[in-house]
Design a protein around this ligand. Structure first.
Ligand code: ZN
Length: 311
């Protein structure tokens, strides 16, 4: 199974359009030892021909253009085509679903999501642009802990199988209370486990509010772990912006806090450990920083746009 990291930043990207924090200023000035990043996006394929997205980033158009495997190929009777078969939505955050609107133009798309996230998307009439003709948009419902196969239209080969974990119970702030009351909190924020046809396992968890014993035992069996690297410290935004929420309040366990991911996942020796969904304020983006060194010394990698590996 091919895995491509098309985007590795948290919502807003790096730099973020309205941010003048030290990281954003120095990456714009070209003085940062470190790289700009687009908003988190993964693509996977079992046959290098049919691709599935994990999420739908607002930066998807540029990410597709910079990834030749995702470019369309002319067909006998049409110039319209895409190697992208579908996407798995793990939550309804703007930075996770806005890219759906970039995949309109009557192109067929299959979406895997919880029914709560599906209803939130369907409430918004703008997304009806994905369903202008019959057969354009199709849905599969996914529920925490149930395995589901990731089929391409050809169906003629072994495919990855996936299972989602319920990680957080907060829906995005834009969801109206009427919809919230009819949504299942267990479906608000999911992590994804993917088993490749080779038997190797990938865990993709871009938003983890807390690391429980149950989650730890799930991660023991992973070969590659792509984990929430949003914030270095719990009060990072408040310290840098002068206001805002803690990482915890935003549904993210921080990297460096006592109950944070560096400490809690230190004993996981087997998986390749990669931080993803990194906020522009996170000091570990600066490769010259002690925070960057601490993470690398602990055996972690920090995802960059364009990384590619096979499982
Ligand atoms: Zn910034």
């Amino acid at each position: 199974m091919q895995v491509k990291i098309l985007g590795s930043a948290a919502g807003g990207g790096f730099p973020q359009w309205n941010c003048a924090c030290p990281n954003c200023r120095s990456v714009r000035a070209g003085t940062l030892l470190g790289k700009a990043r687009t908003q988190a996006q993964l693509a996977i394929s079992a046959d290098a021909e049919h691709w599935f997205l994990l999420g739908a980033s607002p930066d998807l158009r540029a990410q597709i253009e910079s990834t030749p495997e995702l470019h369309p190929h002319p067909r006998e009777n049409s110039t319209r085509h895409s190697p992208i078969c579908g996407t798995i939505l793990l939550n309804a955050d703007i930075d996770h679903i806005l890219g759906l609107l970039l995949m309109r133009e009557l192109q067929p798309l299959h979406i895997y999501s919880s029914s709560s996230v599906r209803h939130i998307v369907e409430d918004n009439s703008m997304f009806a642009m994905l369903q202008r003709v019959e057969g354009q948009l199709s849905w599969s419902s996914i529920s925490p802990n149930e395995w589901f196969p990731l089929h391409s239209s050809s169906h003629n080969q072994s495919c990855p199988r996936c299972r989602v974990l319920s990680l957080g119970n907060h829906f995005p702030a834009y969801v109206p209370s009427k919809r919230l009351s009819r949504s299942d909190p267990k479906e608000a924020s999911l992590g994804l486990l993917i088993e490749a046809p080779s038997g190797k396992k990938l865990a993709f968890l871009p938003a983890v509010p807390q690391i429980t014993d149950e989650l730890l035992s799930e991660l023991e069996g992973a070969d590659v772990l792509l984990f929430d690297g949003t914030f270095w410290s719990d009060d990072e935004l408040i310290r840098i912006q002068g206001s805002g929420q803690t990482a915890q309040q935003m549904g993210h366990v921080s990297v460096s806090s006592p109950g944070g991911s560096l400490a809690q996942l230190a004993h996981l020796k087997y998986p390749r450990k990669i931080y993803i969904h990194i906020n522009n304020t996170n000091p570990m983006l600066n490769e010259d920083s002690p925070e960057h060194r601490q993470v690398r010394d602990a055996g972690w990698e920090i995802a960059e746009d364009g990384w590619h590996f096979e499982l």
